[in-house]
Design a protein around this ligand. Structure first.
Ligand code: ARG
Length: 459
């Protein structure tokens, strides 16, 4: 009969091999080894402080856990499905080294509070990494702001040409999105930073433990106050994956935009070739595969969020084994988003705007129509009337194949007798940009002060 640490004397039948294979999680939760050992060290120190183990036993446990960590890092620990998960592998390795002393580590602890704690520690580190990746992408966009400051781009709504904006204003828009992502990361981190170790299986323990000591040693901000809740709570897993799904959505939108911009049809941007691929049959092709995969991989993260929502739905208190299924989608979401972010920064940095192609397009599409309407409003024409009037001008100009500034006085007056050549003073994308006044607009002074703000913020 297989002797596993969790199988007590109550069993008289051996575990069916099919169950072993079905229920193991070591194939994926081995990634928790460092955090499991960290949690065990804190737990052992507290047990010693509370006189539940002796200082000599503590020392033996500390040394053995350090050796086990090295053994895992050298790839020398053999993972065995019959030991189910990382927690039992490490405990079993400890027992093999220390005998009865090793058998004491699990005092006042259950795998339920253990895995809840390990996963919080792991997720906290992973969120910190994501924050750094996001910062790197923000910095890459910020570096572009100065470089691209003189460049004007058409902004789109409904993917139709809308109004002229500074390229830097565009980049700042992405910085804002990633800032909100960073705020969500911080918020999620704050809420997960509560310690569940010592909740034991669900009810707490009759042994005289000190939960505040372990929480402090593990860098938690608080000690969770309900053992039933904390041993089974996985809100932080869902919240993290939601945050990651939002990041993936932002990356996907950006990727889609730059894929479009890099087409011959747009010709706005050249992607760095190190991050593009060729075609095995069409020699002329330079494909934006990194961006396509960034867009595509968002589907996995969004799917993982769905998986987790369904997994947790309807679980009664407290721990249920279903919760073991939280790890693959959690790990995969972090892996996917971290990989995308790590490539996003160099792509943002290395891409080049095609200034000539862009400026050649700015004359088309009546990007200055809204500014002209606002000019008429300033001259006392009600907005609805000005809107209608400029619409008619655009129709005349379209018919004649001219920009608004190219209309003759006669053509202007054919639309409305009050219109004369002075309106040309506000036409053209440069003037439109200068005429913006509102806070947060694409006015160059506004944009420069935003660049300054983010330069201070992101140092
Ligand atoms: N591998 C389990 C998980 O990931 C650990 C906890 C198992 N607890 C139990 N009582 N079977 O959730």
């Amino acid at each position: 009969m297989t002797v596993t640490p969790s199988r007590s004397g109550v069993f008289s039948a051996a575990t069916d091999k099919r169950l072993e294979a079905f229920s193991e999680s070591i194939s994926f939760d081995h990634r928790l080894y460092k955090h499991d050992i960290r949690g065990s060290l804190a737990h052992a120190r507290m047990l010693c402080q509370q006189k539940l183990i002796s200082p000599i036993e503590l020392q033996q446990i500390e040394e053995a856990l350090a050796a086990i960590q090295e053994q895992i890092e050298r790839g020398e620990m053999v993972f065995r499905p019959e030991l189910e998960d990382i927690h039992m592998h490490i405990e079993q390795a400890l027992i093999e080294r220390l005998g009865d002393v090793g058998r004491k580590l699990h005092t006042a602890r259950s795998r339920n509070d253990q895995v809840a704690t390990d996963l919080r520690l792991w997720t906290r580190d992973a969120l910190d990494r994501v924050d750094q990746w996001l910062l790197a992408v923000q910095r890459a966009f910020l570096a572009r702001c100065d470089r691209d400051l003189p460049i004007i781009l058409p902004a789109y709504t409904h993917l139709q040409r809308a109004q002229p904006v500074l390229a830097a204003h565009y980049w700042l828009a992405y910085i804002e999105k990633f800032q909100r992502d960073r705020q969500r990361v911080a918020d999620c981190r704050r809420r997960l930073n509560s310690c569940g170790l010592g909740a034991a299986a669900c009810a707490g323990t009759s042994l005289p433990i000190d939960r505040h000591a372990t929480a402090q040693e593990l860098g938690f901000e608080s000690v969770a106050s309900n053992s039933i809740d904390i041993s089974s709570d996985r809100d932080f897993v869902l919240e993290s994956v939601f945050v990651l799904a939002m990041i993936a959505e932002h990356l996907s939108g950006w990727a889609e935009e730059w894929i479009l911009w890099s087409t011959v049809e747009f010709g706005f941007i050249k992607l760095p070739q190190q991050f593009c691929t060729g075609s095995s049959i069409m020699p002329q092709k330079i494909n934006p595969d990194t961006l396509e995969l960034t867009r595509g991989k968002s589907a996995r993260v969004i799917g993982n969020l769905q998986t987790l929502l369904v997994l947790i739905k309807g679980l009664p208190l407290a721990y249920n084994r279903d919760l073991q299924e939280d790890k693959p989608p959690l790990f995969d979401s972090f892996d996917t988003v971290e990989a995308c972010l790590s490539l996003a920064a160099p792509i943002v940095e290395g891409a080049e705007l095609c200034r000539e192609n862009i400026s050649g397009r700015l004359e088309k599409g009546y990007l200055d129509a809204t500014t002209l309407m606002e000019h008429l409003i300033k001259n006392g024409i009600p907005q609805r009337s000005a809107h209608h009037l400029v619409g008619k001008l655009v129709a005349v100009a379209t018919e004649a194949g001219l920009p608004l500034a190219g209309l003759s006085d006669t053509q202007l007056m054919s639309v409305d007798l009050s219109l004369d050549g002075t309106i040309r003073e506000v036409l053209g994308v440069e003037k439109a940009i200068q005429s913006y006044q509102s806070f947060g607009s694409s006015n160059p002074e506004q944009v420069k002060s935003q660049i300054q703000f983010w330069t201070d913020q992101l140092q």
